[in-house]
Write a protein that binds this ligand. Sequence first.
Ligand code: ADP
Length: 363
Amino acid sequence: GKGLAVLTSGGDSQGMNAAVRAVVRMGIYLGCKVYFIREGYQGMVDGGDNIQDANWASVSSIIHRGGTVIGSARCADFRKREGRLKAAYNLVNRGITNLVVIGGDGSLTGANLFRLEWSSLLDELAQNGKITPEQKQKYGVLHIAGMVGSIDNDFCGTDMTIGTDSALHRIIEAIDAIVSTAYSHQRTFIMEVMGRHCGYLALVAGLCSEADYIFIPESPPKADWPQRLTQQMSQERSAGQRLNIIIVAEGAIDRDGKPITAEDVKKVVVEKLQQDTRITVLGHVQRGGNPSAFDRVLGCRMGAEAVLALMEATPDSVPCVVSLDGNQAIRVPLMECVERTKAVAQAMAEKNWELAVKLRGTS
Ligand code: ADP
């Protein structure tokens, strides 16, 4: 059978295990020889025990677990050709020419580069006598399919990334818990949620929790936000509301691109309204815990589709990323999505908010 390997790279997210499981089982079902690559690209560069045979049973009892059971890592070696040369050797040596990468846009950019370089890496390995001319011939094309695992929903081309829905559940559970205590003491709570360049978690959590104010990078407030915030909050209090919830995305900024932190917001509320104000930084709690039903199903569907895409690939098909469009798992050219995601970040850095929001599309 064809050699197929799966790895998870970059930040972990809930639902990655469902995706790994689907890749392994669909691969086996279609007659592939399937491998896990542990610890992301580092495991591919280091080889040895990091690349292990996967069988049907080895992915039992993982679908309900958060994170990734095969490990993830950032890998400086893979950014250099020398590292990628070692990785290519480790794959060819095991007859692996199909690779599923589950990670963020950085991981997918690396995967694309690896594929572009593949034949020149094989040339070099053959010249050095590391692989035979037959191996070079037989394993001459590397096929790649990507899936985006990220709690931030920060990738263009898919409606949802794997992990976002579970992270939202975690955030909402936390806000609900805090609302009950805030109600008792008439407090104001400021919640900092993840999202370095993408305010999706903050925005949706805000909708779900009746937040009074939300700060997200895509829609930086005008300089007079302190006045507007305090005016709104005092109106609400005089109308009988006993608490206030303010949500600040990790990457929130003002129109000059200067960060707006939970501390900045607290200072305003305390100084202008003298309200009892507390900050909660949710941090890694958002990444933790069991994946939601949605993320499990998303992982299953995307994993299966990724393997189908690889099995149908021809030597000149471009690497795809499996995406969710409406209710369909579809294949989109990987680099198109990566480029658009980078364009969003660029537009935001240049303070082109409307363009950034437009480029981001549905996600
Ligand atoms: P994410 O995939 O979540 O965006 P990173 O940007 O940290 O996370 O990327 C994860 C890993 O992918 C990096 O540690 C590196 O090994 C690899 N990678 C990222 N960008 C590149 C690149 N331009 N070239 C080669 N490898 C890359």
